[in-house]
Ligand binder design. Structure first.
Ligand code: NAP
Length: 256
């Protein structure tokens, strides 16, 4: 590749953090983009910007203005709007685009999963008698479960919310991943949880609760991933470095 790459990395995930580290180690000019959902975004070893771009047009303008050569979408698999915008904006601005993705979680023999298509289907599935439910969904989707007020919900947020969730019965833990299996098993036990509801994020940053649920024999209501537009998908930092025209040196891959 002739021109030096200038990367915009759409982040907010454990995988994006690992990729930022690899980009820094290879002295690749790159900026990490956060949506600004949390009050204290994790520091990064590359430049950081925070906040939405203003839709497809805003992102395309950002790419042009900052002479970005490569757009790497390492957002969460459920960040469907951002990922769709990235595909269109990169095409508009003539910028190379790839998604840095992780495989979906697959059930193991001992798992007791019920799969549903989306949040609305998860809410539907919670009709019935009162249960103690770990709602491992993040702040944005919790209010949808106000339609099922008979349950006690265990919530885990990165930041304490400004206003309490719109649920009659809940316990709130403020903590930031990645989480460990022993701690998650204790959390599920301590709160006497009998159902875990979560999105099929994949990756290692949030998988501990699934292993803990398996160990405790608990059922899981697993929300499938949204369908995204076709795009080039890369699965490790080394693949991204190669795509950027850098020889991937050994020993620098961390956490992916
Ligand atoms: N959804 C999840 O379950 C989940 C879980 C863990 C982490 N995250 C992270 O949280 C962030 C927001 O996720 P979401 O599900 O709210 O996204 P989303 O619904 O797909 O995006 C909504 C809007 O937020 C802005 N946005 C999203 N990601 C951005 C980024 N990395 N940099 C700048 N702007 C961004 C964009 O605003 P404009 O249209 O104004 O550009 C986008 O249109 C992402 O960085 C994602 O990786 C999401």
């Amino acid at each position: 590749m002739s021109a030096k790459p200038h990367v915009l990395l759409l982040g907010g995930t454990t995988e994006a953090n690992a990729l930022a580290q690899a980009l820094a180690e290879h002295d690749i000019d790159a900026t990490y983009s956060y949506a600004g959902r949390t009050g204290s975004p994790r520091p990064q070893p590359i430049a950081v910007r925070v906040g939405g771009f203003g839709g497809v047009e805003g992102l395309a303008a950002y790419l042009r203005r900052n002479r970005i050569t490569h757009l790497v979408d390492a957002t969460h698999p459920f960040a469907a709007t951002m990922s769709a915008n990235a595909v269109t904006a990169a095409a508009l601005a003539g910028v190379a685009h790839a998604a840095f993705t992780r495989p979906a979680w697959q059930p193991e023999v001992a798992d007791r999963w019920t799969r549903v298509a989306d949040i609305a289907a998860a809410v539907d599935a919670l009709a019935g008698p009162s249960r103690r439910v770990m709602l491992a969904l993040g702040r944005m989707h919790v209010d949808a479960f106000a339609d099922r007020p008979q349950h006690h919900y265990l919530l885990r947020f990165v930041d304490a919310p400004d206003s309490p969730p719109n649920l009659p019965q809940f316990s709130l833990v403020v903590d930031r991943g990645p989480f460990g299996v022993d701690a998650d098993r204790e959390l599920l036990r301590h709160h006497a949880i009998d159902l875990v509801v979560c999105k099929n994020a994949g990756g290692t940053g949030a998988s501990a609760k699934l292993i803990a649920a398996r160990q405790l024999g608990l059922p899981v209501l697993m929300i499938d991933r949204p369908v995204l537009p076709h795009r080039l998908e890369l699965h490790g930092s080394q693949d991204v470095l190669r795509w950027l025209g850098h020889e991937a040196s050994s020993g620098t891959e961390r956490g992916v």
